[in-house]
Design a protein around this ligand. Sequence first.
Ligand SMILES: NC(=O)c1ccc[n+]([C@@H]2O[C@H](COP(=O)([O-])OP(=O)(O)OC[C@H]3O[C@@H](n4cnc5c(N)ncnc54)[C@H](OP(=O)(O)O)[C@@H]3O)[C@@H](O)[C@H]2O)c1
Length: 614
Amino acid sequence: MYWVQANRVYTEKVQMNDGHWIPGIAFGTYVYNLTERTGVYQSVITAVEGGCRHIDTAYLYLTEDLVGKAVENVIDRGIVKREDLFITTKLSFRVLTRAQVIPSIKESLKRLKLDYVDLVLIHTPCDVLGLKPGFPKKSECSRNHTLEVWKGLEDAKRLCLTRSIGVSNFNSTDMASILADSDTVPAVNQIETNPTFAHQELVAYCQSKNIVVTGYAPFGFLVSRPFNDLALPPTVDDPFLVSQAEKYDVTIDRCIIPIAASLKPEHIKSNMRTAGFALREKAILRINKYDRNVKLPAKSAYYETFQSKDVRLLIDGNILPIPAFGTAVPVNQLKDLRQAVLWAIESGWRTIDTDVNEDIIAEAVNEAIRCGLVTREELFIIARLPLEVAKRKRVVPALESTLKRLQMDYVDLFIVNSPLNLSGKKKFNLLDLWTGMEDAKELGLTKSIGVGNFRKEDLISILPYCTTKPAVNEIEVNPTFTNIELVEYCQKQAIIVMAYAPLGFAVPRPEVTKRPPPSLTDPVLVKMAKKYDVTTAQVLLRYVIERGTVPITRSVNKNHIKQNRDILNFTLTDEEVDIINGYNKNWPVYPAEKRLNDYNIKMEHASRRNKKLY
Ligand SMILES: NC(=O)c1ccc[n+]([C@@H]2O[C@H](COP(=O)([O-])OP(=O)(O)OC[C@H]3O[C@@H](n4cnc5c(N)ncnc54)[C@H](OP(=O)(O)O)[C@@H]3O)[C@@H](O)[C@H]2O)c1
């Protein structure tokens, strides 16, 4: 077959324009489908065992953590030393300023468990932006952004966070603008190159500037791609390719370093063996004739998290399953909570927002795991910092106590749930407290850290100074409290808004006698519900999703629990979202004083339930 290879480990290296050497073949860790993500760990190990020394990852692929673990594995087992490996990663495309570059690379290094990477690339010159709420729009990006980010990469190189710096998906105009305005020439341009998209002019341009081209998707349409039905020649049984492969017992060579990705051990091993032969120029020219200038459609796990119905990507690279199941039930329903959480897990809920009730959640989760309904890794557990904690040094001990109550080694997200102290007046020193949250993340006690009920001014008091940005802000969002400005501000900062009380006053609220519209029987909502063959509650939950936020909804009713998760298969129109926005009265279900009062009542019950734990 086309990619039958010579039985030799590829060790050739190419010297880049900065003097460093790059191995001649890379192993790619991009996955089309997030469900395949975990396979990357074993495939990187197989690739290194098979002789590959160059691993290619990116923030966007959501595989840096798995590459990190695999690299740790092969180093620990003495298969390679760190200095034998060449690790490439790429910046998130949310990085648009010079100042954002170093923190972003430091986050990547943490996931990769490395002190430095060998190569960092700008992933794209802004052309994939503007996809969803909260992400930079194309109009906000310009050539200046690219130059700014390039300066940031130069800073990172000076600080030895990376040995080399380069770009990806840059055309010759993008390349020329960097070359004109900067002192450092990119060492690499990583672009798509395969028989149907040979990119001959760009390859020639880069090579004329002494820039190494690494080619992704080298098999082009030769291999099946899950997201298109194009079947362009050449195919795997193309007679010319087969004859060449048989002649050399090898694959093609176009002076381009291929980045081949595979999760199949037999492919990984054979792909690593492409050295020791060269196609004749005539054969290369013949393969170039397949060029149709047809690019593979852009698609990756990262896009998937935008478009994916059931997960969101957090700014730190962790993945949040949606929607979230709320557990802050009134105290008279605490007796029903264990069963409700079990029903929720059974119906597919994976994100559980705990409250002052971790002991009950622990019982339910342990039972679900024992019954084989779910594994701990599949769950996303959110916990909150107790409101009494106001100082950095008390954060880690507080989370350790929470973990004891939850009977877990880590939580997925830990939240500072209020910028106010228990009297509801004095503000904490939020930055000091947030540093404690960063300590907790650093220690691995929580995977992500976030905030709750933070207003814009509270966020501003930490964002410019913190090392790790809050991944989420848990705030109230519903028709009577649309919270539009704060939602938009968070989204601009790439902070995911988790929307609590999404059903607003449409459902009974014990302390409120007169509720503002809409109710669940509101004719406008009923009409929308009929149109999509759903309930009015589902319309309201979908409304917060259309706003780019993640609903946290609770119920102890089995039917409601099932129904509330079934909101991922229809979408409201922009006009319908505007109509629902029209109910806004800036009237929250949970004003600050109510939240603090509820907290005190729940604490009293919790310590009565189990003095030792609370
Ligand atoms: N961070 C914070 O400060 C904060 C503050 C408040 C809330 N939260 C979080 O957000 C979660 C949700 O807020 P919330 O408690 O106000 O929740 P909500 O989901 O807006 O409202 C819950 C109420 O709606 C009813 N309900 C649920 N699904 C329904 C359906 N399909 N049809 C009709 N009625 C339905 C429930 O009754 P049934 O049980 O009968 O279904 C319950 O009475 C909380 O549990 C908590 O995790 C966080």
